[in-house]
Design a protein around this ligand. Sequence first.
Ligand SMILES: C[S@@+](CC[C@H](N)C(=O)[O-])C[C@H]1O[C@@H](n2cnc3c(N)ncnc32)[C@H](O)[C@@H]1O
Length: 249
Amino acid sequence: MISIKKIKKYYNWGGRFLTNPFHTETNRINEIEVLKEPFRYDIINFLLNTLKRETNYLEIGVRNPSDNFNKINAISKYSVDPGIEFKENPVDFVMTSDVFFEKLINGEILNQEIRFDIIFIDGLHLADQVERDITNALKFIKEDGFIVMHDCNPPTEWHARESYTYDLSPARQYWNGTTWKAFTKTRLNQEVTSACIDTDWGIGVITKQPVFNNLKHNLNPYFEFFILDQNRKELLNLMSIDEFKLHFS
Ligand SMILES: C[S@@+](CC[C@H](N)C(=O)[O-])C[C@H]1O[C@@H](n2cnc3c(N)ncnc32)[C@H](O)[C@@H]1O
């Protein structure tokens, strides 16, 4: 049987949810981040518009299509999701991104020659998966196309945790995972340039064109969160939406 002493201890621990600075400060940050605009679909539509042609869009990780997929203004759109978070899962390809790209490469779905104007990567937010998604996406974007990524700028280490389901963390239900590690690692690839817009949890944009910049050396070899936090501008090429748009004027 649980003792009164233990009950008191657990009660006090629970109360820290409302008073502990890790929790109160992180909650304040959540409230700021969710109000930031533009949203991911605004940025994707902006980039599609810059291409001035009929466009072809692929979304990896869709959940509820009303949140993003249905808002994208492209002529042809394809969606991939194994259906982990949204029961209805009304997507074109009910499968993981790994299986999708394997089938695409083997000519079992769509057409091996297909190239997308934008591939939006928003599936499993763990760095090794995201890195595979980027590597595969680079094979299937047009020379002047873009990879767009959600969740590249986690505001705290709690948002950058590995366990999605642990919502007693100070970040509560918000989760960016370790996507930032795959994004910053890709910034070391000299064949692409990239930037991250400071809105909607960090919208990463990668292109084969010399539009942005890349990293010449890795100043965060152990991918430590605190080093990201001290060097966001350089590691992510973090910028405002106005600064981002200047690259297209
Ligand atoms: C954050 S949600 C996507 C949100 C959506 N893109 C949006 O902007 O509103 C992540 C989705 O990724 C899916 N997912 C999880 N693992 C995946 C994988 N290995 N490949 C593709 N999708 C995956 C989940 O089922 C979930 O629906």
